[in-house]
Design a protein around this ligand. Structure first.
Ligand code: ARG
Length: 279
């Protein structure tokens, strides 16, 4: 279970950290800290014990520009921005949608992708959009724009889960009727699924942009981040990273044919004990 922001355990460790190094001090270890929530492929997901993905690559490039190494911390999604504001990281990167409410709390970089949220439901009883979603049991990841969509656009409380995957598992178990989630993790979840698919028509319920968030009032850091993102777009590196991590996340989702570490299976039956990461 991930640490909840300012849980008693977190408070205790904050208190200890305060004694040791001064509370709320920015990183002085030569590292840039990225805070994220790593159940969101292809942007951030676990390969073995490591958090990898598009957001990690972007933040690595930012850290390199600053002459530092990247350290990644994984918390619950609704703790990502509060943790940033509490100086627990310099960068928040978690497929974070830019919106007016969040702009009041943090500063956002230039966007690095245009995307949106979609409906996942049974192919046999497809939910196509707001009109037929209303009144049904809807699963979302807590703290996301999908949760906001339910409350603000559909006027109803969703069932809140700690990841898109646990919402999807509840859908498959018949506990809810549909999932609303960001399109890329949604595509990853339904990949190869015989019974469930993205069923919204038109595909997107919203139009959203992701950006890196930082604590307010740091124009120099913001300019550096925007420079790195601009260069990654212009050089084609960003597009290459998208392709690489979509493929890696899909290979992981497919299960058979892929090892847990993302390597392809060394034998046709995909005996997982033969995977490089199992050794
Ligand atoms: N884009 C959505 C939002 O900002 C969902 C992001 C969820 N990200 C994650 N790493 N779990 O609310």
């Amino acid at each position: 279970m991930k640490s909840k922001f300012l849980s008693s355990a977190a408070l205790a460790s904050l208190a200890t950290a305060a004694l040791l190094s001064g509370c709320g001090k920015a990183s002085d270890s030569g590292k840039i800290r990225m805070i994220t929530e790593a159940t969101f492929p292809p942007y951030e997901f676990r390969q073995g014990s490591e958090v990898v993905g598009i957001d990690v690559e972007i933040c690595k490039a930012i850290a390199a520009e600053l002459g530092k190494e990247l350290a990644v911390e994984d918390v619950e999604f609704d703790s990502v921005l509060p943790s940033l504001i509490a100086n627990k990281a310099e960068l928040a990167a978690a497929g974070i949608t830019v919106n007016e409410d969040r702009k009041k709390m943090v500063d956002f970089s230039d966007p690095y992708v245009e995307t949106g949220i979609v409906v996942i439901s049974a192919k046999s009883a497809p939910v196509k959009g707001a009109a037929d979603a209303k009144g049904k049991r809807i699963g979302v990841q807590n703290g996301t724009t999908s949760a906001d969509y339910c409350v603000e656009q559909l006027g109803q409380e969703p069932d809140r889960f700690d990841s898109p995957a646990s919402a999807f598992a509840a859908l498959k178990a018949g506990k809810i009727d549909l999932v609303i989630a960001d399109v890329d993790p949604a595509e990853n979840l339904v990949k190869g699924d015989a019974d469930y698919a993205i069923t919204s028509e038109p595909r997107f319920l919203t139009s959203e942009c992701y950006a890196i968030a930082i604590k307010k009032g740091q124009p120099e850091l913001l300019a550096t981040i925007n420079k790195v993102i601009g260069e990654m777009k212009a050089s084609g590196r960003l597009a290459a990273i998208f392709e690489e991590f979509k493929a890696k996340a899909d290979a992981l989702a497919a299960g058979s044919g892929a090892c847990a570490c993302g390597e392809s299976c060394p034998n046709a039956a995909c005996d997982k004990s033969a995977c490089p990461c199992a050794k």
